[in-house]
Design a protein around this ligand. Structure first.
Ligand code: ATP
Ligand code: MG
Length: 613
């Protein structure tokens, strides 16, 4: 077996050397792919695995999901878990190459950690319970608690804690590109929200806060370069730190209608934040002070219906929502919250205010336990905490539920009628709000979160004992940052921004093949000319897919448009009679060039475009 492999390898090597001399090698077609350098591919369509579909499966909702399925890039294995077919892997590798390049340039070092992680580490960081059901847990045959890594703070802290001795080893930034598993409650949109997905995750360790701040900036800039190199319309925004903890955080969002996140940004300054975190101002609605008065509102519960029924502005209503607190100091508590009728409670902000992991809507029984009635809850006379949005501070003449069936109150005065209101910023920022920083107008856009950077401080290094001897010879806890990019989600996000009615419109640098060569007809002349051009371009390092199938030209054109190859060469008998072939960029008018010139012209066009991008 070994000898056989070795013999074959030598043969390829010899062919490879001949290739470099510039003579056209007499290759059997089997070897053409094998002799191509890594990352470069030349492929015949008839031998490739590109299962395109005429129609997108019915369950594909967003463009990228539909196109990646139809164009034969991905297939679903089970909920949120996908096969990356050869075309997808070629693109993924190119995305990874750009990320690696910029991470290495920024001074980070690549390593690879395991996907299976021991439960003890998660106990130590106190995240075993906290992380919730997204952490897929299992026991191995020795009954050891284990889990599939959704992220790697625990494993990297464990590693670094065992090797770190002195401040002289700091700072350090280690990264990997690896599959993660999160048992997402609603995996959807194909690669956008999978359960198993590819992430680039980096972790930096520092002797002090200044060093962490410098690395945070360094990574922020590296991310900006990465997403710029992909030609994406993106925006970095201030972000909530979520379950990962820490202080400072930014998310990078690709702007797209299909994005799951809502981003608030100011038209007057550079303030931008995820609505989970965004702060903004809106004038409070208040009217004249009046006595508290009961009004019958039989069966009228929603704020819109109550406003209609009583003919008052919806902003004068108080929306009272009751929540159950999960995690933190107040775990299990039932709290009431109030926002103006035209506002929404931002639950992530609320969880933050409460120091909780999350909040969930309370049950009817929970509501009754604090003296409320579902559908008619009001903040007055409730037992327990009442959190009131700052916009309602001092407001009078409001309408709220009366905590009695089919009844509301009018004339509610926040200061007078609520026993101990706790004011906090609970409302979700809306378009048209005023920017706190500059007074400009807030706008909202949808975004796909493709990356996030966190200044974690000592949230993990403290419990995981990442300790070193500082310059003064004292034991000190390292500070830490972490920096993620959703590599597979990025592929979907790029398709969301780069597509048209015919299919995917890959930027040249990311396409699985730069050139698609279509042979029309089955004459010897077409075949021989195609093969010569195919080999010459492949030898010149061009990634080329040659459609030599016995299919109608229409089918071939459709497939190339769908899979999104940027440049096309079309060879047919009609042109060859005059010694000509057609070339052109995808979706643009093709031009006619002489067979003898085609390779040079294609190389020039591709290189010129590469240089400009
Ligand atoms: P989300 O808010 O979308 O659930 P997250 O904030 O929990 O993501 P991070 O922990 O910041 O995710 O992970 C780093 C990056 O990994 C994210 O910015 C995102 O691009 C990607 N990512 C996270 N979850 C998924 C997923 N389920 N499928 C694909 N990519 C994901
Ligand atoms: Mg995130």
């Amino acid at each position: 077996m070994y000898l056989k492999v070795k013999k074959k390898y030598n043969r390829i090597l010899i062919k490879g050397i001949k290739n470099q001399t510039g003579t056209l090698p007499d290759l059997k077609q089997d070897y053409l792919n094998e002799s191509a350098p890594a990352m470069l591919a030349a492929m015949r369509y008839s031998r490739s695995f590109i299962p395109t579909l005429r129609d997108a499966p019915a369950d594909a909702e967003v463009t990228s999901h539909k196109l990646l399925l139809r164009a034969g890039y991905i297939r679903r294995v089970t909920s949120g878990v996908y096969d990356y077919l050869p075309l997808a892997l070629l693109v993924l590798r190119k995305i990874e190459a750009v990320i690696r390049d910029e991470m290495n340039r920024a001074g980070a070092q690549e390593l690879l950690m395991p996907m299976v992680q021991p439960g003890e580490l998660w106990e130590k960081s106190e995240r075993m319970e906290k992380y919730g059901p997204e952490l897929l847990r299992f026991k191995d045959r020795h009954s050891h608690e284990s889990c599939l890594g959704p992220t790697h703070e625990e494993v990297i802290c464990d590693l670094v804690s065992r090797e770190l001795r002195s401040y002289k080893q700091l700072p350090m930034n280690l990264y990997q590109i690896q599959n993660k598993f999160r048992d997402e409650i609603r995996p959807r949109f194909g690669l956008m929200r999978g359960r198993e997905f590819v992430m680039k995750d980096a972790y930096s360790f520092h002797a002090d806060e200044e060093s962490l701040a410098a690395e945070y900036k360094n990574m922020f800039e590296a991310y900006t370069r990465i997403f710029t190199r992909f030609g994406l319309k993106f925006r970095p925004v201030e972000a909530d730190t979520g379950s990962i903890g820490g202080s400072d955080s930014h998310e990078f969002h690709v702007l797209a209608e299909s994005g799951e996140d809502l981003i608030a940004h100011c038209s007057g300054c550079d303030y931008a934040a995820n609505v989970e975190k965004a702060v903004s101002v809106r004038a409070s609605t208040s009217c004249e002070q009046a006595a508290l008065n009961m009004v019958e509102t039989p069966g009228v519960t929603s704020v819109e219906d109550v406003a209609d029924f009583l003919s008052v502005d919806i902003g004068l209503l108080v929306k009272t929502l009751v929540y159950r607190v999960n995690g933190g100091e107040h775990d299990g508590a039932i709290v009431a919250t109030c926002v103006a009728g035209d506002d929404q409670v931002q639950e992530i902000k609320l969880a933050h205010v409460l120091g909780a992991d999350s909040v969930e809507m309370a049950s009817d029984d929970d509501i009754a336990s604090i003296g409320g009635i579902t559908g008619f809850v009001g903040p007055q006379q409730l037992s327990g905490r009442v959190l009131v949005d700052m916009r309602l501070q001092g407001a009078t003449g409001l309408v709220a539920g009366a905590n009695q069936p089919d009844t509301h109150v009018t004339g509610l005065d926040i200061t007078r009628d609520i026993a101990e209101p706790e004011f906090a910023d609970l409302r979700e920022t809306r378009a048209g709000d005023v920017c706190e920083r500059c007074g400009g107008m807030i706008e909202l856009s949808r975004g796909i979160e493709v990356g996030q950077v966190f200044a974690l401080g000592t949230r993990y290094t403290e419990p995981m004992e990442v300790i070193f001897q500082n310059q003064q010879g004292k034991r000190s806890v390292a500070t830490m940052g972490c920096y993620g990019i959703g590599v597979s989600r990025l592929m979907a996000a790029i398709v969301e921004q780069c597509n048209d009615e015919a299919g995917i419109n890959w930027p040249l640098a990311l396409a699985p093949f730069q050139v698609g060569l279509i042979s029309m007809g089955r004459s010897d002349a077409v075949r021989d000319t195609s093969e010569t051009i195919y080999r010459q371009l492949a030898d010149a390092g061009i990634e080329i897919l040659w459609d030599e199938r016995n299919e109608r030209p229409g089918v071939k054109f459709k497939d190339f448009e769908l899979i999104g190859l940027p440049f096309q060469i079309v060879i047919g008998d009609r042109g060859l009679k005059d010694g000509e072939v057609e070339i052109g960029w995808r979706q643009q008018q093709r031009k006619t060039v002489a067979v003898a010139d085609v390779v040079n012209i294609v190389l020039t066009e591709l290189h010129a475009t590469e240089a400009n991008s």
